[in-house]
Design a protein around this ligand. Structure first.
Ligand code: HEM
Length: 468
């Protein structure tokens, strides 16, 4: 893959961005094409080069801890039949986390990519720590993790929890060296796994492949917005073509998500992989953070949901571009369950808004930029209905909305296979007639949603967005 151009913001010292004002206001966010949104025209929301796999030497102690959790390999603390030897090894590892010094992060601030790697390493380590604990002890994240993680989160404007970017966007490398600008979809591998299984890797890589296939969708969005600016009949014909192509890209996303069935076994996902993702709002124990009182700027996080592909900016971008989000992610559709540990404010926010808090801040800016589009596509299509060019345009628009609805239909069938049915099976083997005990009722998503009801509502509202 090509090297980053020297003026790419990822190649710049982050301190440049601190001169004068906050990092968030420095980058140019005036055009959809600007790579200051960290949206690359070859790799989309994935970084244009494989993210670094190691922090500089000063933070090697963090890397070594993560290495040893993986090599051990640490087991889930509530795994049935855990041996005494497993329990002892796991406790010894957690002791070494507690005994770690609090390592200052000052010189990490220079590099955006190192800060991201630090979030990856500490968030994975924290999930290893929390979920390897015996089920009957309180969750207290030790200060050597809390303090640097909160400091890094303040820089990156992310919550202190494992996110989709930690497991997918910044967790890959090439399988074989390649000079292609966009990696082949079968030339990726994950760097870090909880379980070391192919199932887990395929779960992450399915999303990564979708992100890369989504590059064409972003390109079509960009082209459409340019044509919308021109606004004449020729522009409308071009938009019609772009939307027809967009529908087929979305159909490809459906094919890619279907591919998860080839490498990831639903029961392995449900029993062995998914429990590692649990955030504070899908577990039964609250999370406490030791060292929270060491800095007056630290606050208990309002959001602590586990990683979910619901945090993928790509699907949200499609929703927003098509103007479907007003239906699919309307403010009433929060996805939050009444028992969720999210704060009252965030509980009331639409799922989309809530999930944006877990996205890299540049991608959040990108979505805000899309939302503020002065020439929204749906409005253009609606106002052209009845004109000569309007019918084909409307059909092409509805075709893209239909493809998104089909994607969501298929996504529901995936969630049924990977969560709803396994939960039922586990309940049956435990001799239960309902799901109580196996998982909370109603079943919750990793993002803390009342899963089945929420996903169906999003799907139905997507379908309702077609223009008659
Ligand atoms: C085995 C694979 C998958 C499972 C089990 C799964 C599960 C879920 C669950 C439980 C939710 C509910 C929200 C939450 O609480 O997190 C959800 C939402 C969502 N997922 Fe997935 N997911 C899978 C793959 C994917 C992939 C590959 C993508 C796209 C990159 C994706 C995109 C979304 C989106 C955008 C939402 C928000 C709801 C919507 O807009 O339709 N999912 N997923």
């Amino acid at each position: 893959m090509d090297a980053l151009p020297p003026d790419h913001f990822l190649a710049l010292s982050r301190l440049d961005a601190f001169l004068g004002t906050s990092a968030e206001t420095v980058y140019d966010t005036s055009t959809l094409a600007a790579h200051d949104f960290d949206v690359d025209n070859r790799t989309g929301f994935m970084p244009p080069q494989a993210p670094p796999g190691r922090l500089p030497a000063d933070w090697e102690a963090w890397e070594l801890l993560l290495d040893s959790a993986i090599a051990d390999p640490l087991q889930l603390g509530d795994k049935p039949g855990l041996s005494d030897a497993d329990k002892r090894r796991s406790e010894a590892w957690r002791t070494s986390v507690r005994e770690l010094p609090v390592i200052p992060i000052t010189s990490l601030l220079r590099s955006e990519t190192d800060l991201r790697r630090a979030h990856v390493v500490l968030a994975w380590t924290m999930h290893f720590y929390i979920h390897s604990l015996p089920p009957d002890v309180p969750v207290v994240v030790p200060a050597p993790l809390t303090i640097p993680l909160f400091q890094i989160c303040a820089q990156l404007k992310l919550p202190p929890v494992l996110t989709y970017s930690d497991t997918v966007l910044y967790n890959w490398k090439l399988k074989a060296p390649s000079s292609k600008a966009t990696p082949d979809l079968d030339n990726l591998q994950s760097r870090t796994l909880f379980t070391g299984t192919r199932d887990e890797e395929e779960f992450y890589l399915t999303s990564a492949r979708m992100e890369l296939r989504g590059v064409e969708a972003l390109d079509l969005m960009r082209g459409t917005m340019d044509e919308a600016f021109v606004g004449d009949d020729l522009a409308m014909r071009r938009i019609t073509t772009y939307l027809t192509r967009l529908a087929s890209v979305i159909d490809d996303l459906k094919t890619i998500i279907a591919g998860v069935r080839q490498g990831c076994e639903p029961m392995v996902f449900y029993n062995d992989i998914r429990p590692w993702f649990r955030g504070a709002d899908s577990g039964k124990r609250p999370w406490a953070f030791e060292g929270l009182d060491s800095d007056p700027s630290f606050e208990y996080p309002a959001e602590l949901s586990g990683p979910s592909a619901g945090q993928s900016s790509l699907i949200h971008a499609l929703d927003m571009f098509l103007g479907v989000d007003e239906f699919s992610h309307a403010s009433g559709l929060t996805g939050a369950s009444s028992s969720s540990s999210s704060s009252e404010t965030t509980k009331k926010s639409a799922f989309l808004v809530r999930m944006q808090l877990y996205m890299p801040r540049h991608h959040r800016n990108f979505l805000n930029h899309l939302a503020a589009n002065p020439r929204p596509l749906r409005e253009i299509v609606s106002t052209r209905v009845g004109e000569e060019i309007g019918d084909e345009l409307r059909q092409a628009y509805n075709g893209a909305v239909g493809a998104l609805k089909r994607f969501r239909d298929y996504h529901i069938s995936i969630v049924t296979s990977y969560i709803i049915q396994p939960a039922r099976r586990v309940a049956e083997t435990q001799g239960q007639t309902d799901l109580t005990g196996a998982e909370e009722v109603p079943l919750k998503g990793t993002g803390g949603t009342d899963l089945a009801r929420f996903l169906k509502a999003v799907r139905d509202r997507t379908a309702a967005a077609v223009i008659p």
